[in-house]
Every structure is written in structure tokens, then in C-alpha cells.
Design a binder for this molecule. Structure first.
Ligand code: AHM
Ligand code: MG
Length: 332
């Protein structure tokens, strides 16, 4: 299939980034360094995620982590790890995280990039050993280098992202990202501590047989969403919902499908956050040949006004998202 593992065998993330950088003669390598930093933090978080079930046992044995601190909650830990890696790497002048209200200044005023991140998404799945993920989005800053970053740097809009992606901590850990030239996937080899290129060019099938949403919210969904879901059921499609955005999205990216987080009666803009959930996953899906819509237009075209603003998300196979949007247009 299109997404089958292809050669060259044994290409590490490191080597891949170096090779790609060589293809862009004017690239300074800063974006490459940023991707390395994210991958490094991802490895550390992967380690923590993998022993999550042991921490209560370790805790019960009265142990502490290497810093001599009591073990943190995993999402807090992931937040610290990513901010630390981005700070030490030097290329990011500021970070926006789901875990914190305001911009985090790294002190690297010379850094040319800002990063918006959801360090560990899928909070309800953390404690029950189900797949979770990290989502990230990168912009080149618009404020002058040498000064502190401002809101302007983060509120540029989805089309201005220079790179975006996610890490899935699943049965294997994977890093999937785009820099605007298609989508690549790397799979983590635990014993070697390396990400290896496993999916050199990821394309989402145009159609699919899977829909993913929380049907518990059915009575709060707009009528066009319910009509779309009824049509899915009439066609005997499969419902698949992990409740971890990265996991549900990743499945549909590979097999074809649609993920829905609609507006609800209570939350007019749904639940998911635009800057570090909607935008990055929309960028990746468009680069993979799919679509991401809010019901009134492409996610990437939503004008950002606030750091933690929400937006509805209908994302996945182009044909499926198109059908849903067509219903939205007729019924609203
Ligand atoms: P979180 O940031 O608190 O983890 O919430 C985001 C998660 C997504 O991973 C998931 O798709 C969605 O919330 C599930 O929400 P719901 O429980 O309403 O289905
Ligand atoms: Mg989240």
C-alpha cells in the first residue's frame, strides 16, 4: 500500500534531518535542531509513559525521581520535559503550552522560532494504560530577533506554520511531522534509543470506513452532525473512538476515516484547542492529502485571537470531510 514501509532501511531521524537540510541550501539548520529537541523530549516522555504503571509501585517503595522530587503527574512531567528541551536547544524563543496560561519565555531571545505544544494529550487515558500523544506546532517569529516573543508570534494563523506534528505513545512510539513537503513518519526503537524512518511519505486514503467521535454527546451535536453519523451507520461504517485525539487521528490517517469534535450546545466551539491541536493536525492532514474543517471553513483559515481558543474539528479523509461539510452547508 501507499503507506507501506519503504527503503532506505535504517535511516535514523538524525540522518534524515541532515539529508533534508542538505537539500535546502539556504536553510540554517535551526528548524532541524528544533525537531531534534522535540524528538529528544519525546524519547524522555516515552520512557516516563512506559513506566507509568510502575510509579505507584515505586512510590509505594518510598522512591523519588532522579531530581529527588516526588513523582509528578505525567502531563506535568511532559510539560517540563518539552520546555526544558526547547530551552536547552536554543532555537525556540518562546513556548505556548496547554499546561500553562501564558507564554513561556525560554530566555533564547536570539531564537527564530516559537512552538505551541500540547505536551501530553488524552488526559483521561494516562492512568489507564491507553495510547496518548504529544502535538506540536512551529512558527518562525514575526517580532524582531533579540527581543522577547509576543502574542503576535503565536497568533499568526494556521497557514503560517513552518512545521507541525505529533508523537504517538502507542504499542510503538511514533513521530509524524510535516515541514510543508509531505508527511513523514518515524518509529522509535526502544533498545537503540533512536527514531527510524518507517513511513517516508504518508498519504491518507481519500475515503474511509471509520468514524471517530464521542457519541455520548449525541444530544448536544448539531443536526447536520447527527445526520452525517446516521448516514455512516446506514452505510455500516465502523465506529472507533479511543478518546485520545492523537491515537484516533493516527488510525484514521493510516486507514482512512474521519474524526469529529463538533460544536455542542454547551461548547459552541467544541472542546479542542486551535493553536496546539487543531492547527498542527490540520497542517499534517492537508499535507497528507486529507482535509480539516470546522463546519464553516478550513481549520487552517480560522483567525486566531486567543492562545487557548477552541475550534470544532472535522478531520480526516477528504471525501468524508467533504460530505459532512456539504450537510453543514445545507442545514445551517
Ligand atoms: P485533554 O486535553 O484534556 O486530554 O482533552 C483532549 C482530549 C482528546 O485527546 C480527545 O479526543 C478528547 O479530549 C476527548 O474528549 P471527550 O471525552 O469529550 O470525548
Ligand atoms: Mg489536549
Amino acid at each position: 500500500s501507499e503507506n507501506a514501509i519503504a527503503q532506505p532501511v535504517g535511516t535514523t531521524l538524525e540522518r534524515y534531518i541532515m539529508r533534508k537540510q542538505a537539500e535546502f541550501p539556504f536553510a540554517t539548520g535551526e528548524l532541524s535542531q528544533l525537531l531534534r529537541d522535540i524528538a529528544l523530549a519525546g524519547k524522555i516522555v516515552n520512557r516516563e509513559v512506559n513506566r507509568a504503571g510502575l510509579t505507584s509501585i515505586i512510590g509505594a517503595m518510598g522512591q523519588q525521581n532522579v531530581q529527588g522530587e516526588a513523582q509528578q503527574k505525567l502531563d506535568v512531567e511532559a510539560n517540563i520535559r518539552f520546555i526544558r528541551a526547547l530551552t536547552n536547544g536554543g532555537e525556540a524563543c518562546a513556548v505556548l503550552s496547554e499546561e500553562e496560561d501564558d507564554i513561556i519565555h525560554t530566555g533564547n531571545c536570539q531564537g527564530k522560532y516559537v512552538v505551541a505544544i500540547d505536551p501530553l494529550d488524552g488526559s483521561s487515558n494516562i492512568d489507564v494504560n491507553i495510547s496518548i500523544g504529544t502535538i506540536f506546532s512551529i512558527y518562525r517569529r514575526v517580532t524582531p530577533v533579540g527581543q522577547e516573543a509576543t502574542a503576535e508570534d503565536f497568533l499568526q494563523g494556521g497557514r503560517r506554520q513552518v512545521a507541525a506534528g505529533y508523537i504517538l505513545y502507542g504499542s510503538s512510539t511514533m513521530l509524524v511531522y510535516t515541514t510543508g513537503h509531505g508527511v513523514v513518519g518515524f518509529t522509535y526503537e526502544n533498545s537503540l534509543g533512536e527514531f527510524f524512518l518507517s513511513h517516508p511519505s504518508i498519504r491518507i486514503p481519500a475515503g474511509g470506513t471509520t468514524f471517530s467521535c464521542n457519541e455520548g454527546h449525541w444530544f448536544d451535536y448539531p443536526q447536520y452532525v447527527r445526520d452525517y453519523l446516521l448516514a455512516c451507520k446506514q452505510q455500516r461504517l465502523s465506529g472507533r473512538y479511543v478518546g485520545s485525539l492523537v491515537a484516533d487521528y493516527h488510525r484514521n490517517l493510516f486507514t482512512g476515516g474521519i474524526y469529529l469534535y463538533p460544536p455542542t450546545a454547551k461548547n459552541r466551539h467544541g472542546k479542542l484547542r486551535l493553536l496546539y491541536e487543531g492547527y498542527p493536525l490540520a497542517f499534517v492532514i492537508e499535507q497528507a492529502g486529507g482535509r480539516a474543517e470546522t463546519g464553516t471553513g478550513p481549520v487552517l483559515d480560522v483567525v486566531p485571537t486567543e492562545f487557548h481558543q477552541r475550534a470544532p474539528l472535522f478531520v480526516g479523509s477528504a471525501d468524508m470531510v467533504r460530505s459532512l461539510v456539504a450537510l453543514a452547508a445545507v442545514e445551517t
